[in-house]
Design a protein around this ligand. Sequence first.
Ligand code: OGA
Ligand code: MN
Length: 310
Amino acid sequence: MIISQNFLLEKLYGGFMKIETRDAFPDFVGFVSNIDLRQKLDNKQIEEIDLSINKYSVIVFKDQNISDEDQVRFTKYFGNIEASGKTSNITKAKDRRLSTDLADVSNLDKNNKPLSQNDPRRIFNLGNRLWHTDSSFKSIPAKYSLLSARNISEQGGNTEFADMRSAYDNLDELTQNKIQDMVCEHSLIYSRQRLGFDMVKELSSEEIKNFTPVEQPLVRINKITGRKVIFLSSHIGKIRDWIRPDSMCFIDDLIEYATQIKFKYIHKWSQNDLVIWDNRQTMHRVRAFDDLKEKRDMRRTTVLGEERLM
Ligand code: OGA
Ligand code: MN
């Protein structure tokens, strides 16, 4: 484990990117301000960014005034793009504000007006306020997410990240052993249910098939660094061979433990920040803002995972 961490450090030493860190989370979040992501990057530069995502988990690029096309091109350096809106029927194709290469995580409709209180799209998006990893409910869960802040809210709307590697490392041995081979069911139905949004009622039986729960291991390993993580998400609704209420209590306890302040970085957005996070080793959530009045225009591209975990 230490060898691979050193290997990463060595590879990153003297690279093209200057990464700054902060004392509170030296191994979790890197800040980069000296590069322009609209530029073409060569393979070495791409590898350097990729390794630094593996090493840290969250990379904050400041002052990236990019277009959707720039964001999509940059994202494709790291793998295939996960198309948005394929499985969710909450936003109809005719109502989309952005191309399907981007997930629209703003609070805006096609006319750039805030969604109204009872709009199902708004309620569906409220799921991002719960701790989660992106697309953990898909058989191949997301690898990286890249979120570009095109317009930020004046109040609130911070995004929080929790380090699932440190959370795993700090578990007592008994719990580490207990969760080692656990398998969890993930579905958007479960996370929306937590909000009181009953997708089974809102969608047709044909549509609801897209949300059939998917099994994922609760412990996973980053193959590059060799570090283990707790693969947690509010999309979890059941542990294999457990009943649901016991599963919920156990998972909620774990989420509460894993999102303590010592594992957490709170990102306060500036206009044109682009933040990349590694869904394989973090959880995240967005905090409340006055979304019926303010406009928060955030656009996400997502790098598809490379493999099934089960
Ligand atoms: C996401 C997400 C958080 C935010 O894009 O996956 O959860 O800050 N968004 O909008
Ligand atoms: Mn998310």
